[in-house]
Design a protein around this ligand. Sequence first.
Ligand code: AMP
Length: 126
Amino acid sequence: MAIDATLPYDDDNIFAKILRGEIPNKTVYEDEHVLAFQDINPQAPQHILVIPKGKYVSWDDFSAKASDAEIGGFVRAVGHVAREAGMVEAGYRLLANIGQNAHQEVPHLHVHIFAGKPLGPMLVKG
Ligand code: AMP
């Protein structure tokens, strides 16, 4: 079910539990500000999620409240992960679902990185 990204941060969301080490994940990159891990239900041959370690629900929340170090670290980490995963030459797609219309399911900001095949049109029409 999609969530309302205007709601306050929920400490019980699944990515908060991953960050606290309460449930396992397949980490591909980690630093003081960021965790990147394999999506549990991949929608492409390569599907990685990149999340800030801070408690941010959405892109607008993150960009309004995060420090420059968190924002810079997050942007750099997405590029680092794409490079390290060998996605650059053939190309890759970034996606961040925010709120109900975008079908955000986990209320902790995350960027999807998809790669490994031609990814088709950007959005379903209609
Ligand atoms: P979104 O619809 O943009 O909120 O995407 C949420 C993503 O989180 C989906 O692609 C799920 O497959 C993924 N996901 C949910 N639970 C886990 C988990 N425990 N480990 C890794 N990925 C997860």
